[in-house]
Design a binder for this molecule. Structure first.
Ligand code: ZN
Ligand code: ZN
Ligand code: ZN
Length: 434
């Protein structure tokens, strides 16, 4: 070690008085110490008589140097440390940078000591060791983000029916976690949440410490619980019911098995053909008039009344259906022609004194009736055709005569006295006397 010694030589005459000018000597300090003059050795006796050469040495007390750490005073963070910022020679200073709410270390964040960047240890502690000069700490790149991250496209607390995705917006996005696991977005910025049995929690945090959490449930498919009938069951078609998903607007419609209500038939109606040869049964559904059924009957027939000379006979037709909803029907048709009379002319026969005669007439062998004319227009009784034995009155009657016959007889009366038979006159008089 090179020792630098300052020597001041002062020469006095022998016997002279020593004069001490009280000057204070100094000793240059170093990084570790500064020196404080603490006196002469031996002490200088002011005014003493110089009798011999003497060496006075200045003595100094070393005082350890302290260095000052100057901290930045800016908004957004604070420097935390223990001890104080006056550091003895070769001492250390440790500190952390703690951000205020909303502030964070940006891309260009740097902690510098006297202009040189230093790095923190794993615990975020910055250490300055072996301090032998004043230290000025500066901090750069502190950013501010007062906004909570925004989660888009999903709603907190909602249940989804299939894998769903969301996006995130934040100026200083730090992490996106699903159930505590960091996830990364796809190329379009979407984070996907796949179906799971349990609710899933999405947490988004930014570098400034702002964070937000959503809890959603993602089901694998829709949940249809409450089906409501569509009241659309038809006679032969099952009705349907529809449910809306418990969690979305999707609906599901399904058939209600065995819900067809069946036809509601009205009474069967029957239509006969005039001639009784055909009979049709039909019925219509009260639920839907388009629902109709028809059935054709098997017809059997038998004569139910024989024809007479003048009246038609009748046939009774029976309609039997093979369907169970149609009842047997019966129709009687007067379709057997009357046979007509089988007339035989009965010639007139003059009565004698002992035997009756008869007028000309026609007799039907089938019905046993007598007619005045060959066309069987006027029926007369058997008694009426009789002409009594001679000398008795004829009893030709007009009991069955019509108005025209009455007129005839009136004419006969008016013409009384002319050539008419007494029999006729007597007949009429008798008749009118009644
Ligand atoms: Zn759904
Ligand atoms: Zn019907
Ligand atoms: Zn007849």
């Amino acid at each position: 070690m090179l020792l630098q010694v300052q020597v001041k030589l002062i020469i006095y005459e022998y016997g002279a008085s020593l004069i001490y000018n009280r000057q204070t000597p100094s000793k240059e300090g170093d990084t570790q110490y500064r020196y404080e003059f603490s006196g002469w050795s031996p002490a200088i006796a002011d005014g003493a008589t110089v009798g011999s050469a003497a060496l006075y040495s200045a003595t100094f007390t070393p005082i350890l140097n302290y260095y000052t750490v100057t901290l930045p005073q800016e908004n957004g963070y604070s420097i935390n440390y223990t001890g104080n910022t006056s550091i003895p020679y070769n001492g250390d200073f440790s500190f952390t940078v703690d951000f205020d709410e909303g502030y964070y270390s940006g891309e260009n964040f740097a902690v510098k000591v006297n202009g040189t960047a230093i790095q923190s240890d794993d615990n975020g502690v910055f250490n300055i060791t072996g301090i032998t000069e004043d230290k000025q700490i500066t901090i750069e790149g502190v950013e501010y983000d007062g906004e909570i991250p925004v989660i888009k496209s999903i709603e907190d607390g909602k249940t989804y029916c299939e894998a769903t995705n969301f996006t995130v917006e934040d100026d200083s996005l730090d992490s996106v976690k699903i159930n505590g696991n960091i996830v990364t977005p796809d190329a379009d910025g979407f984070y996907i949440v796949i179906p799971a049995a349990e609710p899933q929690t999405i947490t988004v945090a930014d570098k400034a410490g702002n964070s937000i959490s959503y809890t959603i449930t993602v089901n694998d498919g829709h949940t249809f619980t409450n089906y409501v009938s569509n009241n659309d069951a038809a006679c032969t078609v099952d009705g349907t019911e529809t449910a809306k998903c418990d969690y979305c607007d999707t609906t599901d419609t399904k058939t209600i098995v065995d819900s067809a209500i069946g036809h509601n038939w009205n009474e069967a109606a029957y239509v006969w053909s005039e001639d009784g040869k055909f009979c049709t049964a039909s019925r219509t559904c009260r639920n839907d008039a388009n629902h109709k059924e028809e059935a054709t009957a098997v017809i059997t027939s038998e004569q139910s009344k024989a024809a007479t000379c003048t009246e038609k006979g009748e046939t009774t037709y029976s309609a039997v259906f093979t369907v169970d909803w149609a009842d047997e029907q019966i129709k009687t048709v007067a379709d057997i022609p009357a046979t007509g009379h089988a007339l035989e002319k009965v010639p007139a026969k003059e009565p004698t004194e002992t035997a009756e005669g008869n007028i000309e007439c026609w007799y039907c062998e089938i019905c046993g009736k007598y007619f005045k004319d060959e066309n069987a227009q006027t029926e007369i009784s058997k008694e009426q055709i009789v002409i009594p034995v001679n000398g008795t009155e004829s009893i030709i009657s007009t009991e069955t005569g019509d108005d025209s016959n009455i007129a005839l007889w009136i004419v006969v009366i008016l013409a009384a006295g002319t050539a008419i038979t007494g029999a006729v006159l007597c007949n009429r008089k008798r008749k009118y006397k009644r």
